[in-house]
Design a protein around this ligand. Sequence first.
Ligand SMILES: Nc1ncnc2c1ncn2[C@@H]1O[C@H](COP(=O)(O)OP(=O)(O)OP(=O)(O)O)[C@@H](O)[C@H]1O
Ligand SMILES: [Mg+2]
Length: 336
Amino acid sequence: MGGLKELAVEVKGLVKAYEGGFRALNGVDLEVGAERIFALLGPNGAGKTTLMRILTTQLSPTSGEARVFGLDVVREGAKVRKLIGYVPQEMSVWTDISGYENLLTYAEIYGVAPSERKGIVWSLLEYMGLGDVAHNLVKTYSGGMIRRLEVACAMLIRPRIMFLDEPTIGLDPSARKLVWERLSSFRREYGTTIFFNTHYMDEADLYSDEMAIINAGRIVALGSGDELKRSVGREVILLGLGEDAVMERVLDKIRELESVGYVIANGSELSVIVDEAETALPRLMEALRREGISIKKISMSKPTLDDAFLKYAGIRFESKGRISEVRQMRRMIRRG
Ligand SMILES: Nc1ncnc2c1ncn2[C@@H]1O[C@H](COP(=O)(O)OP(=O)(O)OP(=O)(O)O)[C@@H](O)[C@H]1O
Ligand SMILES: [Mg+2]
């Protein structure tokens, strides 16, 4: 590629030990290019929030270095704060006032010029699809509306980088989609870098240009979703054969094929493990045709991010049970 790419985030040897010495971050190295959408993907307790809180200057590291657009988060915190928008993991808006009042209050906190406040607030309410409910109390909003309001708050200063800690937690797929549509178009319009945490693999896969997998305070993999999946390697072709297929002979024929890794038979179903399904499949079908074997069913499966996580972190990703919990917590807060 050549040339210098501007870095939005630069982290070197970052360690965060909490009281008692537990290392929530245990030597993190990371670079995120400007104008990228970057996902930090990891299970509960991996250190995602800790890293984000250091990058947003709320928490100081134990050792190591972190920079945002070249500014040191410890020594130049005030300057960093002028460049960033932040949506924390927990609820960050007041529920007993309206969405409009929330934004106006944040605009004041963030030092938006008084003469510009109302204009900016209204344009953001419209932008995030909250114009119609602007004057309703936030406690009457849906989870998706609340998250959109929080995102709007983080957009007030038109930041160069937005940090979003689990931006769509507890939202249903259509509400998640809406949040991401707005974030993507904001990035397109203003060149804002987006750095988000998630433990939804599909969300990291769908919306990020690049992602890192973090586990137990360490970055264990880095790349685009496709790169990570490809790095797991093999694809699986599942074949359902006619009842009359003579399995032993079929297996021998398939094993002879160059593009085939190995084959597992299960009744009349075969799982054929290959490096690349696109090349292997035609050869496979040709070989079976020559033997006069009928194929009843074909399906292919590619490695998933789940497989990538298993490979790099050595464990399965478990995030079930938590979403409903968060939803419940949000409901409770809303009721006040
Ligand atoms: N203030 C604290 N004091 C002690 N330990 C903490 C503190 N905050 C976090 N931890 C621990 O540090 C680890 C990383 O926490 P962190 O909140 O960064 O994880 P996370 O990846 O954001 O998890 P989640 O997906 O649940 O939000 C966890 O084991 C957590 O219990
Ligand atoms: Mg967290």
